[in-house]
Every structure is written in structure tokens, then in C-alpha cells.
Ligand binder design. Structure first.
Ligand code: TYM
Length: 323
């Protein structure tokens, strides 16, 4: 089983990224080959300041390592350190049908809002297909919003294989944990940087508390009976808590006598308990930037071996080189 996934360095990792994807990266890293990368080429569609991009890449690496990504088990690299991915993107682009890309939501949403899209945003899913196919990936751990892109990847891979009459590419499957696939944000919508409703994993305690206290709830008073099923505070608490802890908090909701402030405090305490150790690890790692740089350099070296092999296979299939 070859596992692969990527995350964009567009800001700080939030709870949606962690529960929807990163937690699964860590769980799956014991597989023979687990490759995880920081998608800086994708981030160029939104981050247009070079200093910001560089800083974001380092921060993403620190976040992943602090959360438990183990470079002894998994390969961690930066997307643009493997130039083969750009060449494969072009080869795939030549067999990608426009209608596949026209229905992809990132592009469709922007167009619906009347915002002009760049070719980079439009062809974003093809670069993603190259990311996945370049390493013969079988399994791609992601949140729900990326499933469509993996379907496009399969379509493009299949079309390439059909046109060139050989099994050049392996067809990948998404790996999605249903209960974690769409983590809600402060307003109850999907947590996303573009909706400005995120809770970041690595925040100073005071800031974290303030954010948690701002989660939207209904206007029921302390004495009122409340419904845990429809409450964002409870939905977020479930991400962190054992069955027993969930049952205990749910009972308090249903009994009445507990205000949302208290539920939020419970969520805060739980988040601090779960992310506290990673917070300290991150500070330690940040103090040795050479270590992080070495991890990324070694990761790229390892990833590139496979990338070179698969790109050669694709080039050969379509008649490039070999004269
Ligand atoms: P990105 O950087 O937006 O998100 C990284 C991962 O976090 C998941 N995620 C969520 N999961 C559950 N609930 C949420 N609210 C939530 N928000 C984000 C995403 O589904 C994703 O798994 N295009 C990708 C990066 C990428 C990639 C790839 C992924 C580039 N190439 C190849 C897999 C394979 C992206 O923008 O993810």
C-alpha cells in the first residue's frame, strides 16, 4: 500500500486540517510507503508574497512534525523540490477533458461569484493528479472537499492508460473517515480559511479560549434543555473526546442547567489537553531550523527516486525521448 497526501502552506493548520487529514497521515505512516508533502505550487494560486510563502512552508513542516509525523517512518517533502511533478502535469493536461475541470468546485465557486479565475486555479486538479500519480499512490487520506479531485485523478489516469494502451498509472482511492470528513468552523459551516471561521491547532491559550468562546450557538439560557446533536460546540468536542466523555457532556446538555459558556470551557480544556504536548514539541523544533531543513531535503531525495521512475514510464508511453 502506498499512501500519499498533501497540504497547502496557506496559513496555520486548523482543526479541520488536523482531524480531517493530518491525524490520518499519522495513523497511516506505518505503511510501507507513506509520502506527505507541502503543496507550495498549489499555494501559488493564492499566496503571492515570496516571504510569506517561504515562512508558511517552514511552518507547515513544523506543524506536521510536532503533530507526530515521523520522518523515520514517512517521507516529508516540499512539492516544488520535485520538478518532475510539473512535467507530469503537462503530460496529464494533454489528456484532461475540459468538462472535468469545469465542474470542480474551487473553480466553479469563484466563477459563480463573478471572480476571474487564473489558468492555475482552473488546472489545479491536474497538478493534484500529477502529485498523486507520480508516486503510484494507492490511498490518499483527505477530507470530504478533496474527494472530487481524487475522482478527477482517476479519470485522467484511466484516460491516459486507455489512450496509450498500457497501465502507466495506478488508480488511487480516497481514504476518508466519515465522522471527521467535514469539521465545522466557528459559524457551523465547513471550517475553512476562506470562510474566516477557523480554529488553529497551535494558538496561545488566551487566543484559543477567545476563539472557542466565539463559537456560534443558539440563544438558549443556562436553565434550558439543549440539543447536543445540533450544537457546533458539541460537534467539535466529539473530535477530541472518548465515548464516555461524549456521553457525559451530552447528558448535561439534555438535563438543562448548563450554559454554553460551560460547554465551551469543557471544549477548551479538552483541546488544551490534546494539543498541549504538540505545542511544546513545536517550540522545541522551531528552535532547530537545521533539523527541519534536513528532514525536507532527505524527504525530497527519497521521493524523487520514485518520481523519476514513474515520469520515465509516462514519457516512454507517449513517445517522448528514447531516440
Ligand atoms: P488543504 O490544504 O486545503 O487541506 C489539507 C487537508 O485538510 C482537509 N480539510 C478538512 N477536512 C475536514 N474538515 C474540514 N473543515 C477541512 N478543511 C480541510 C482537506 O480535505 C485536506 O485533506 N488540494 C489540497 C492539497 C493537495 C493534495 C494533493 C491533497 C495538493 N495535492 C494531492 C491530496 C493529494 C488542499 O488544498 O488541501
Amino acid at each position: 500500500m502506498r499512501v500519499l497526501s498533501g497540504i497547502q502552506p496557506t496559513g496555520q493548520i486548523h482543526w479541520g486540517n488536523y482531524f480531517g487529514a493530518v491525524r490520518q497521515y499519522i495513523e497511516l505512516q506505518k505503511h510501507d510507503a507513506a509520502l506527505y508533502f507541502i503543496a507550495d505550487l498549489h499555494a501559488l494560486t493564492t499566496v503571492r508574497n515570496p516571504a510569506d510563502l517561504r515562512r508558511n512552508v517552514t511552518n507547515a513542516a513544523l506543524d506536521l512534525l510536532a503533530l507526530g509525523l515521523d520522518p523515520e517512518k514517512a517521507t516529508l517533502y516540499v512539492q516544488s523540490d520535485i520538478p518532475e511533478v510539473a512535467e507530469l502535469t503537462w503530460l496529464l493536461m494533454t489528456v484532461t477533458q475540459m468538462h472535468l475541470l469545469e465542474k470542480c468546485h474551487a473553480y466553479k465557486d469563484k466563477k459563480a461569484k463573478g471572480i476571474a479565475a487564473d489558468a492555475g486555479l482552473f488546472t489545479y486538479p491536474v497538478l493534484m493528479a500529477a502529485d498523486i500519480l507520480l508516486y503510484d499512490s494507492n490511498l490518499v487520506p483527505v477530507g470530504q472537499d478533496q474527494i472530487q479531485h481524487i475522482e478527477v485523478t482517476r479519470d485522467v489516469a484511466q484516460r491516459f492508460n486507455t489512450i496509450y494502451e498500457r497501465e502507466v498509472f495506478v488508480l488511487p482511492e480516497p481514504y476518508v473517515v466519515q465522522s471527521l470528513a467535514k469539521v465545522p468552523g466557528l459559524d457551523g459551516e465547513k471550517m475553512s480559511k476562506s470562510y474566516n471561521n477557523t480554529i488553529e491547532v497551535f494558538m496561545e491559550p488566551k487566543q484559543l479560549r477567545k476563539k472557542i468562546m466565539s463559537i456560534k450557538t443558539d440563544s438558549k439560557g443556562v436553565a434550558d434543555v439543549k440539543a447536543p446533536e445540533t450544537c457546533s460546540v458539541f460537534t467539535l468536542f466529539k473530535l477530541f473526546a472518548s465515548e464516555d466523555q461524549q456521553a457525559a457532556l451530552a447528558a448535561k446538555y439534555r438535563a438543562g442547567g448548563m450554559g454554553y459558556g460551560e460547554a465551551k470551557q469543557t471544549l477548551y480544556d479538552q483541546a488544551m489537553a490534546v494539543f498541549g504536548p504538540a505545542f511544546d514539541r513545536r517550540a522545541q523544533l522551531a528552535a532547530s531550523p537545521d533539523t527541519v531543513r534536513d528532514v525536507l531535503r532527505e524527504g525530497a531525495k527519497k521521493a524523487r527516486v520514485k518520481a523519476t521512475e514513474v515520469l520515465a514510464r509516462a514519457r516512454e508511453a507517449c513517445g517522448l525521448g528514447g531516440r
